[in-house]
Design a protein around this ligand. Structure first.
Ligand SMILES: C[S@@+](CC[C@H](N)C(=O)[O-])C[C@H]1O[C@@H](n2cnc3c(N)ncnc32)[C@H](O)[C@@H]1O
Length: 485
């Protein structure tokens, strides 16, 4: 066999491997969402077991508990209803029916579930994408082998009639006529088109929700679903306004002040939001008149933000019960079991500027690219820079992709995400103090124009007796020159 043919075959195998890994990873995330009702039900059963162990006199004091358990189950099924509608609206960018067992290929057969995916391009349904999507390293580290069929993963879902009787908005998410997220097919800010143009397959039917394709995932995966539910409140509920005012408002005010003439300019300034989470900040920046791009690498986040951004039809269309999963620090059952309506605004009519997009993929992979050099007028990082393996690399990339005179606005703590990843070989984690972060920024050509501390919470239940507060660093830096090396 000639060398070229061998190399071609190697490349083909590599691509196949990457696709398999991506499908496995995405299946696992979808399975985590689908496992939610079952895992939540197990919690309620645990509470019931504890309750049954009580002496009769103590039980009598808590005679309302059986009805609380009933209400909890009702809340779980309402949350599950939302989740299932979200999954139904999701169009996987990959062929989810791909045979991931790939018999006969020794390399592929031996690939563990936690193998990091390769460099292939993948995208979320609404996103322009140039990097790979994945669950975070933490997610990957927790991946388990095995693909036990999950038969009852969506049992306990609430039917439309039940939803109606609960006085809840039950509009099914139908297909939104076109996405609100506008981007060019080959947009200059680093995205390829969504499904189709890069060879990815969009499953038109929902056979990827078939129970036989689902995995029995570890509980920690389902915990991530619960975190997403809390994130929804931060970004898309009236209850999250206070937190958004603490975190997003200073950023928006700063952008507003720094680009006073943006509406008069022929082309609006560009702003990138790495680690965009559920997309609210990126949307608000777009509404301010910027060409805004959110970047996010977690499918957990992207599936949810895509649903809210592209498929919501009315304000308060969905009801969720975000606080039911913790019995701790509750002032009352009423607080714990209170509903939250989402979204608080209708993204489609929020007033976004042309060019708003969400770009799926690892920030480092997507933006450490020659075509990104000097592209952005502003980069906004909110609770993001501490997600780095190497924060200096983030700073270097931010500096490189900014135009000269461009600004970097940051808000957040330094709670390094990989700091506690003991036992995972090769999990690099560089944990700089704020002082050293600033030194690195100066080295990469930044100068401070503003610096302060902002007190804030992050996805905190505003009615909880526990309110973890960050004294987050807030700064604006201007790129005055390229790095000194
Ligand atoms: C702490 S959350 C903050 C989300 C949002 N900025 C906010 O303030 O609510 C950090 C986000 O960054 C994402 N993220 C972490 N590492 C990333 C990377 N290398 N590339 C892109 N996104 C990343 C995570 O998935 C997560 O959504």
């Amino acid at each position: 066999m000639s060398r070229e043919v061998e190399e071609d075959e190697d490349r083909l195998r590599q691509r196949r491997l990457e696709e398999v890994l991506e499908v496995k990873s995405l299946r696992r995330i979808i399975s985590a969402y689908l496992n939610y009702p079952e895992a939540a039900e197990e919690d309620v059963q645990r509470y019931e077991r504890s309750f049954r162990k009580l002496p009769a006199a103590h039980k009598a004091l808590l005679s309302h508990y059986p009805s609380k358990f009933k209400r909890l189950r009702r809340c779980i099924s309402v949350n599950s209803y939302f989740i299932f509608n979200m999954l139904q609206a999701f169009e996987p960018p990959l062929d989810m029916s791909l045979d991931v067992d790939i018999c006969g290929d020794p390399v592929l057969e031996n690939v563990p579930y936690d193998h990091p995916t390769g460099e292939r391009k993948a995208c979320s349904p609404f996103a322009s994408t140039s990097g790979r999507m994945r669950c975070s390293k933490q997610d990957q580290a927790l991946l388990q082998e095995g693909s036990n069929i999950l038969c009852n993963s969506i049992t306990g879902l609430t039917t439309d009639e039940e939803m109606q009787s609960a006085h809840l908005d039950k509009i099914p998410p139908g297909n939104f006529a076109g996405t609100i997220v506008k981007h060019d097919e080959q947009d200059e800010h680093g995205g390829n088109d969504v499904t189709g143009s890069n060879g990815n397959v969009t499953s038109s039917s929902h056979n990827w929700l078939d129970p036989s394709l689902q995995l029995n995932v570890p509980l920690v995966d389902v915990d991530k679903v619960r975190c997403i539910i809390r994130n929804i409140v931060r970004d898309w509920a009236a209850e999250g306004k206070n937190e958004r005012d603490q975190c997003y408002k200073p950023i928006l005010e700063e952008l507003d002040a720094l680009f006073p003439n943006r509406c008069k300019e022929r082309s609006p300034p560009t702003c990138l939001v790495p680690g965009a989470g559920l997309g609210r900040l990126a949307l608000e920046i777009s509404c301010l008149g910027f060409v805004s791009q959110g970047n996010e690498f977690s499918y957990y986040m992207m599936i949810c933000s895509s649903f809210i951004l592209n498929h919501t039809q009315t304000v308060g269309q969905w009801t969720i019960y975000p606080w039911i999963h913790s019995n701790c620090n509750s002032l009352s059952d009423g607080d714990q079991l209170r509903p939250v309506l989402i979204p608080d605004i209708l993204p489609a009519s929020a007033g976004i500027t042309e060019g708003f997009s969400m770009c799926g993929g690892d920030f480092v992979e997507v933006y450490n690219d020659p075509c990104q050099v000097g592209v952005w007028d502003a980069v906004v990082t909110c609770f993001f820079i501490d997600t780095a393996h190497n924060i200096i690399e983030y700073i270097e990339i931010i500096s490189t992709i900014l135009k000269e005179g461009g600004v970097w606005i940051n808000l957040g703590p330094l709670l390094y995400h990989f700091a506690d990843m003991h036992g995972h070989e090769d999990e690099m984690s560089i944990e700089l103090s704020l002082e050293d972060v600033k030194k690195a920024a100066l080295h990469y050509g930044f100068e401070f124009t503003k610096e302060k501390t902002i007190e804030t919470t992050y996805t905190t239940n505003p009615r909880s007796m526990m309110q973890n507060r960050y004294h987050a660093a807030f700064w604006t830096m201007r790129k005055i020159k390229a790095a000194t090396t």
